[in-house]
Design a protein around this ligand. Sequence first.
Ligand code: 7PJ
Length: 298
Amino acid sequence: MTVPRPDAVWQTARHRIDLRRPRVMGIVNVTPDSFSDGGAHESAFAALRHCEALLTEGADILDIGGESTRPGSPAVPLEEELARVLPVVREAVRLGVPISVDTYKPEVMRAALDLGADIVNDVWALRRPGAAEAVAAHPSCGVCLMHMHRDPQTMQTAPMQGDVVPQVLSFLEQAAQAACALGVDSARIVLDPGIGFGKTVAQNFALLARQRELLGAGFPLLAGWSRKSSLGAVTGLESPAERMVPSFAAALMAVERGARIVRVHDVRPTVQALAVWQAAEDAASEGTAEQGRERQER
Ligand code: 7PJ
């Protein structure tokens, strides 16, 4: 079974992210309803305060998005998305951590990268016209390629059929190959199974249980379970904001099964949970090193 390279890094525009430790990507939604009912300026200001709060909580990466890609969500017009996202990116790039932009629109990608954003996080895996070119043209920016079945409007009406794990793996391999063919260096690429994007509850949990199979693609994995409806389905928690504890449980399991980045709303408790995971991991490798020394001494 393939395991992540111990020297794994994610090359992004300004930062080489060391993936020897799992990293926490904090979610920053810049939608008028997420922070305030005021205008664009007010929601940008609130989003920036949220960026700062997530950094205090220990986020390694900030993921800024202006369009909800939840199943059934309406698409946001380009001008509206630019107006939401760019003022936040312009300020967030000064915060000293890698800034990711959650968008599938090439115009938003280009504008955000021009402002200094580090990563394009694309739920369409660069399949929309112009997206791959936008990323390929930008020196060394990172890219997260996610699996989605169908599109956000229709994906839940006709979920995937059959064994999803090999289908998701082969999709991600092809998406990475297509990006490489356009000139994106493999060190810039991270893959994501796309939890909730056109999958049933059972299929999402199959992707968690057998997540290690996806490491076979040879790229670091990012997993986004935070507050998702599959967690609601197995806990009975109807409101996404209540799903904090199930979200940590899923994030921890994803890391245990090889994910290197977790995309979460609730950063502080995730960081704390991963500190426990890391302590056990360090103790395990210390134990292995000790056994090696003992063998040499004998
Ligand atoms: C994901 C995402 C995810 C990546 C969203 C939500 C829906 N990007 N953007 N992975 N989900 N890479 O956060 O509930 O799972 S939007």
